[in-house]
Structures are given as structure tokens and as C-alpha cells.
Design a protein around this ligand. Structure first.
Ligand code: NAI
Ligand code: OAA
Length: 329
């Protein structure tokens, strides 16, 4: 029997990540090679024509799995019947903008989008927020969708995870496929904590194999945490293809499950595990089973890790307090 297409809504569809993402979704890489998709693109009115241009190119690829493309400048329409929503469009930080201003500006985007998801998305909706500040934008959207289970709102830390995989693989001279059980904890920001204490290189503990805390503290962690800024510096624009790739990885694993014997990193509402206050959308070591994320439990975190997890979680709590004061959550 022919499968019913999955509705995938993408916001910021005419942006750089959108351009790198849409062709991969349409070719089957988001949900798998047997799942037909319909794209629902949301843009601001000024960028609708650009989105139409991308839609023309998508048509010109004749992707067998692509069963339709609709373009909207209205969130209610764009999220109608959505099964998967990738919230990429966001207000970038402009010069002189304080963090509070940025959070407020993004509240104007993510609050109505959360309401629109609540009003019209499909019962199985899964939302991944990519637009920065991703964790708190996800919290804003989630808090305006009271009828949707909170754990359907995720923020993306998979790009940080993938960055950490490659940095560690290069250090030990192993292929990335030999690295398992890495974790990004906390916020998708410079306070994030990439943790290799539980990671394995071809089955051996990574931290013990490297045995060099100075490298960990002074090279690995800052390289991963500040990679976004380094890309902006080098490229003159923020990461786009790698961000799109991470969004594909995140949703693919969420829907299809993570491989046995490994875990990944994803940000979703805390259940209080590892001392992260309940409800904060924080990154955890996570496996996906039956279409739901589960936090990997019972990892022992020493003082080096604890201090860094706490600092990033503290930043998330401060962002939550700021948006609370603004009446956004
Ligand atoms: N979580 C992560 O790991 C990463 C997050 N990002 C973030 O992703 C976001 C998008 O990045 P780019 O595609 O490079 O930006 P971009 O500026 O090229 O594209 C953003 C698009 O969003 C659209 N947009 C703005 N407000 C909208 C709204 N209310 N509804 C629908 N569309 C709207 C804009 O018109 C624009 O086309 C940024 O916030 C960036 O910081 C980027 C890289 C990694
Ligand atoms: O800072 C940005 O806009 C880009 C970003 O999140 C990243 O590359 O991790």
C-alpha cells in the first residue's frame, strides 16, 4: 500500500540552512528512503519569492519521494497537519543587541509558532528548534503549546555533538565511526559542555586513552564550544550545511531510533535527571526508542564535569528567567 506522505514544515525556508536542508529532506534523508514527504515552507512575506525559487529547484530535481510543496507567510497555515516541524527561521543578533533584546525579538517569532503548532499540527508532531538561541526559543514555543506533549519540543545540539566527534577522532587518529558515547550537556552556546569521560574509542575509554586534561580543558572543549564563532569568522556567515546535516541526523534518529551500544546528544525538557531543573530544555546523553528520547541514566560525573554542566544549566535557567520576566513563557 502506498504510504501517506509525512508533512514536514520548515521555517526560514529561504535562508542558508533552509537551502542546505530542503533538498536532503526531499531526497529521503530526513525520514528514510521509503517515506514520501510533503514540504510546507514558512517565510516572512519579503522572502516568499525566494522560497518560491527554491521550490522551483526542488521541482527540477524530480525527487520520487516529494509529493508536494506549499509556501506560506502565515504560521497557522504552515503548521496545519504538520508531523515534523523544523524551526530554523529566527531573528539574528544585530550589533549592540543585548541578550534580553534577542530573546524578546525571538519571542515574537516562537510564541505565535508554538500557538500555531498547538492549534493545527498533527497529533504525532515532532518539533526541532534550530534557530538561536535554540534552547530558549524551544522553551517559548513549547510553553505556548499546552496540548502537545512537552517532550515533542527539542532544540538542536547535534551539530555540537558531530563537531565533538570529529575533534576527538582527529586527536586519537581514529575514524569517527570508532567513537561512541560522547555527550553535549546544557545549552547550545559557548557554555555547552562536550564530555568525553564516558566516551569510547574503539571500546576503550577516551579520556583515559588521551590522559591529557590540559588538552581537554584548553583545546577540545573551547574548539567545540566556539566552533560556531570560528565558522562565522572564516566564512563570513554562520554554519549552514553542517547545521542542516545535524538537523537531518537529529530527526532521523528521533524517528528511527539510535543504534544499540551508542548514544547521541539532544536537547529536550528535563525530567530533573542529573540535577537539571525540570522543564529546562537542556542537552543530555540520549537514546531514541519507540520514537521517544530517553536520557541515558547513571553516568558518574566527577567535579570537572559537574562544574561545567552546572554552569551551562545555570545559563539556561537565566535565559528562562529573562523570558519569564518578558511574559514569554
Ligand atoms: N542550533 C544550531 O546548532 C545552529 C543554529 N543556527 C541558527 O539557525 C538560524 C538560521 O540560520 P540561517 O539559515 O543561516 O539564517 P538566514 O538568515 O540565512 O535565514 C533565516 C531565514 O529565516 C527567515 N525568517 C525570519 N523570521 C521568520 C519567521 N518569523 N517565520 C519564518 N521565517 C522567518 C528569514 O527570512 C530568513 O530567510 C539562526 O538563528 C542561526 O543562528 C545556525 C547554525 C547552527
Ligand atoms: O552562532 C550561530 O549563529 C551559529 C551556530 O549556532 C553554530 O554554528 O553553532
Amino acid at each position: 500500500m502506498a504510504q501517506v506522505p509525512v508533512n514536514v514544515t520548515v521555517t526560514g525556508a529561504a535562508g542558508q540552512i533552509g537551502y542546505a536542508l530542503l533538498f536532503r529532506i526531499a531526497s529521503g534523508q530526513l525520514l528514510g528512503p521509503d517515506t514520501p514527504v510533503k514540504l510546507r515552507l514558512l517565510e516572512i512575506p519579503q522572502a516568499v519569492t525566494a522560497a518560491e525559487g527554491t521550490a522551483m529547484e526542488l521541482d527540477d530535481c524530480a525527487f520520487p519521494l516529494l509529493k508536494g510543496i506549499d509556501i506560506f507567510d502565515d504560521a497557522r497555515q504552515a503548521f496545519e497537519g504538520a508531523n515534523v516541524a523544523l524551526l530554523v527561521g529566527a531573528r539574528p543578533r544585530s550589533q549592540g543587541m543585548e541578550r534580553g533584546d534577542l530573546l524578546e525579538a525571538n519571542g515574537g517569532i516562537f510564541k505565535p509558532q508554538g500557538e500555531a503548532i498547538n492549534a493545527g499540527a498533527a497529533d504525532d508532531i515532532r518539533v526541532l528548534v534550530v534557530g538561536n538561541p535554540a534552547n530558549t526559543n524551544a522553551l517559548i514555543a513549547q510553553s505556548h503549546a499546552p496540548d502537545v506533549p512537552a517532550d515533542r519540543f527539542n532544540a538542536m545540539t547535534r551539530l555540537d555533538h558531530n563537531r565533538a566527534l570529529t575533534q576527538l577522532a582527529k586527536k586519537v587518529g581514529a575514524p569517527v565511526t570508532d567513537i561512541k558515547k560522547l555527550t553535549i550537556w546544557g545549552n547550545h552556546s559557548a557554555t555547552q559542555y562536550p564530555d568525553i569521560f564516558h566516551a569510547e574509542v574503539d571500546g576503550a575509554n577516551a579520556a583515559q586513552r588521551i590522559g591529557d586534561e590540559a588538552w581537554l580543558r584548553d583545546e577540545f572543549i573551547p574548539t567545540v564550544a566556539k566552533r560556531g564563532a570560528a565558522i562565522i569568522e572564516a566564512r563570513g556567515a554562520s554554519s549552514a550545511a553542517s547545521a542542516a546535516n545535524a538537523a537531518i541526523d537529529h530527526v532521523y534518529d528521533w524517528v528511527n531510533g539510535t543504534p544499540e551500544g551508542d548514544w547521541t546528544s539532544a536537547a529536550f525538557p528535563s525530567d530533573g535527571s542529573y540535577g537539571v531543573p525540570e522543564g529546562l530544555i537542556s542537552s543530555f546523553p540520549a537514546v531514541s526508542r519507540g520514537g521517544r528520547w530517553e536520557i541515558v541514566q547513571n553516568l558518574e560525573n566527577g567535579p570537572f564535569s559537574r562544574e561545567r554542566i552546572d554552569a551551562s544549566v545555570q545559563e539556561l535557567a537565566e535565559e528562562r528567567d529573562t523570558v519569564r520576566k518578558l511574559g514569554l513563557v
